[in-house]
Write a protein that binds this ligand. Structure first.
Ligand code: G3H
Length: 258
């Protein structure tokens, strides 16, 4: 029956949050590898989760990019009220993604769907270190970096290491190094091995992994059977306040190894 299914799912959610030692896990039915409806539901659930998590007053929500984040953003609903105002900012500077799935784009879409505001961080890709460093001195960039530092919420996805490295056109040397270090997961531009240890980091401005530890509200969104290994690896050392929004296919695969 439907009720049994709901209870079954609830049990899986509990097992996963206990296994990783995180605050909460929410599991959507299906497999986002091949079902778009799962991604639509991620949008609903992220909206509901942020509605519960975000306090009254002014919130700054730092968001990462990727296809999951971009699709989830499209299906979000209102989060604004007379008492609560939300500002969306990209969590980190460009890490080599296509325009539509960059953190800048995701934060703009989230702001428009939820009725909030957003600020972009304009740091072009592929700059020389010299240009990069002088760009960082720009007041408009400093301003957004300060907002990112003040964020009280972060929303991000988790990807497969080599898949992400290839998509972001990382060099052959970097690919070899990632393989040698058994990188399986990627999040925030950091690469993790199966134990959830950082093996490599793309140097970029904005939120660093150690900053995420101190942010009171953290939501990770990642699903699909193909991502189970990556999700398990990253979540092993994820901040304890994390809420994980995932799907049935990933959840079942994660629990198989327990
Ligand atoms: O850091 C993780 C990636 O942003 C995930 O990308 O949602 O396209 O799989 P994806």
């Amino acid at each position: 029956t439907m009720m049994n299914q709901l209870l079954g799912m609830h049990q899986v959610e509990k097992e996963i949050s206990q296994y990783f030692g995180i605050k909460r896990c929410i599991v959507v039915a299906g497999n986002s590898d091949n079902q778009d409806k799962v991604l639509y539901e991620f949008g609903d659930i992220l909206t509901d989760s942020l509605d519960l998590l975000l306090p009254e007053g002014r919130n700054i929500i730092a968001v990462m990019g990727g296809t999951t984040m971009a699709m989830t953003a499209e299906y979000m609903g209102s989060l604004e009220s007379e008492k609560r105002h939300n500002l969306f900012v990209p969590a980190r500077g460009g890490i080599g993604e296509a325009m539509t799935v960059q953190a800048n784009s995701v934060s703009a879409v989230m702001a428009s769907k939820t009725g909030g505001h957003h600020r972009a961080l304009y740091v072009p890709e592929q700059l020389s270190l010299e240009t990069y460093n002088s760009l960082l001195q720009e007041p408009s960039i400093q301003e957004v970096l300060t907002l990112i530092e003040q964020s009280n919420c972060v929303v991000h996805s988790i990807g497969r290491a080599l898949h992400m490295a290839a998509r972001r056109k990382m060099s052959d040397d970097e690919m070899v190094m990632l393989k040698q270090n058994n990188a399986v997961a990627e999040s925030f531009g950091y690469f993790f091995d199966e134990e959830g240890e950082v093996v490599y980091k793309i140097p970029r401005i904005g939120l660093q992994l150690k900053d995420v530890q101190k942010i009171p509200n953290v939501v990770a969104i990642a699903g699909g059977k193909s991502k189970a290994k990556a999700i398990r690896a990253y979540m092993k050392n994820a901040p304890k306040q994390t809420w994980l929004i995932t799907d049935e296919a990933a959840a079942n695969e994660i629990l198989k190894g327990v």
